[in-house]
Design a protein. Structure first.
Length: 422
């Protein structure tokens, strides 16, 4: 451990991060760097953390040796379940059984089928068709903001935009967006049963969400001929059809997966850019040209999804450590993205970085299904901000991070936008 490193052991530091202590959430990168250098395969009961690019890519390339953290698998889940009183245990089982249907939680053939169906619905054409709408929404949200005072761009822009877009794609009426948001966050707060007081509300929200989607789908069936995403999901071939409950789960995961992640892509991106004024200035000089690279660089530099989970399907030897079958493995994507063996000057934000083989959207069979949409939303938002508000400045340098070590983002993002150059 080098001079100037924080005191305390790696276990303490990692415990602070996984325990969501604010100082640890504010800067996990120093810890990631220590892990890569001194303990790249690090057992921190009940999980094993991988932090190097090469090892994480090895896992992605050897996915048959791992399960995704299929809800309700692994020793960790069993331990949580055993520690709970009824009725929490029963509620957790119900939520978990539903979550097991998410495309992100399935493996093998089931995953391949769900993924094929989702792909048919989530085509590049459908995403491209959203572009003009995303531009309109970004402009309208920014128009509604008072440009003279510091404004919170999470509330004003980054939180609203992704939900507006995915809700439109799924045929959710504008008036119901808040409902969807509330359900998603209540279900999300449950975090696989680790937050005991969140379990019963999560089951309640899930039941309401499921009823809502069933209703929406029924409605849709009454209006054949429409061409939106729900129609495409409903139209899957007879042998590749989604069951009613699978359709609901797909709907929920699409609303879920693309929401906070994209909020944080735009938020983290803006923070990183405004903290690197030379990079922000180049973006403002050529917003259309540099925004696509800016999105990739933000996905690398401050990944909105910091960590993904896997469960070992067998005993595995990696970098001299034996990972036992059924152990939960955390792949620190955000750490891989700062690994000097893959990235030159990894701690520098460089909009024109090339190559940039980051793993911010994962890799392999579970590569982010919404990647093209996420990239487009990120690009339009950063491009619009740079074009219209080149004088923008952060109104604080002390951020409060969300209570979450997986989905990294700030609770509020106060920015002084300056004069609009629309
Ligand atoms: C910046 C925004 C986003 C980031 C950083 C992100 C990141 C990721 C990551 C890291 C995974 C892999 C999870 C794993 O391997 O365990 C993933 C999967 C997924 N993402 Fe995204 N995502 C974003 C936006 C979206 C959007 C907009 C949607 C859809 C509307 C979406 C839908 C999904 C789905 C359905 C999966 C599961 C795919 C599978 O397991 O086959 N994501 N995403």
């Amino acid at each position: 451990v080098s001079v100037g490193a924080p005191s305390g052991s790696l276990h303490d530091e990692l415990g602070a991060l996984l325990g969501k202590r604010q100082d640890a959430l504010a800067d996990p990168y120093r810890l990631y760097s220590q892990l890569r250098e001194t303990a790249p395969v690090f057992r921190h009961e009940p999980v094993v953390v991988l932090s190097r690019y090469e090892d994480i890519m090895w896992v992605f390339r050897n996915e048959q040796r791992f399960h995704v953290n299929g809800a309700g698998e692994g020793r960790r889940y069993e331990a949580i379940l055993a520690s709970l009183p009824e009725p929490e245990a029963e509620a957790l089982r119900e939520v978990t059984e539903f979550e097991r249907l998410y495309v992100s939680r399935t493996d093998g053939e089931v995953h391949a089928r769900l993924r094929r169906i989702a792909h048919r619905a989530f085509t590049p054409r459908r995403v491209t068709e959203m572009e003009a709408q995303i531009e309109r929404y970004s402009d309208a949200l920014l128009d509604a903001i008072d440009h003279d005072a510091p404004v919170d761009l999470i509330e004003g822009l980054t939180f609203r935009l992704p939900l507006m877009v995915i809700a439109d794609m799924l045929g959710v009426p504008a008036a119901d967006r808040d409902l969807i948001h509330t359900w998603s966050s209540v279900i999300g707060r449950n975090r696989g049963g680790t937050e005991r007081e969140a379990i019963l509300p999560a089951r309640q929200a899930l039941r309401e969400f499921r009823d809502y989607v069933s209703e929406l789908v029924r409605d849709h069936r009454g209006r054949p001929g429409e061409e939106d995403l729900v129609a495409a999901l409903l139209d899957a071939n007879a042998d590749e059809r989604l069951s009613e409950v699978e359709l609901t789960a797909m709907f929920v995961i699409l609303l879920f997966a693309g929401h906070e992640t994209t909020t944080n892509l735009i938020g983290n991106g803006l923070i990183a850019l405004l903290r690197a004024p030379d990079q922000w200035r180049s973006l403002c000089e050529d917003p259309a040209g540099l925004a696509p690279g800016a999105v990739e660089e933000v996905l690398r530099y401050d990944a909105p999804v910091q960590i993904v989970n896997r469960v070992a399907a067998q005993d595995i030897e990696l970098a001299g450590v034996t990972i036992a079958a059924e152990e939960t493995v955390l792949l620190a994507l955000a750490s891989a993205n700062r690994d000097v063996t893959e990235f030159r000057d990894p701690d520098q934000l460089e909009l024109t970085r090339s190559p940039n083989r980051h793993v911010g959207l994962a890799y392999g069979t579970h590569f982010c299904l919404g990647a093209s949409l996420a990239r487009m939303e990120g690009r339009v938002a950063l491009e619009t901000l740079a074009r219209r508000f080149p004088d923008a400045q952060l109104a604080t340098d002390e951020f409060i991070y969300n209570d979450n070590f997986v989905l990294r983002g700030v609770r509020e993002l106060p920015v002084q936008l300056g004069r609009s150059r629309s």
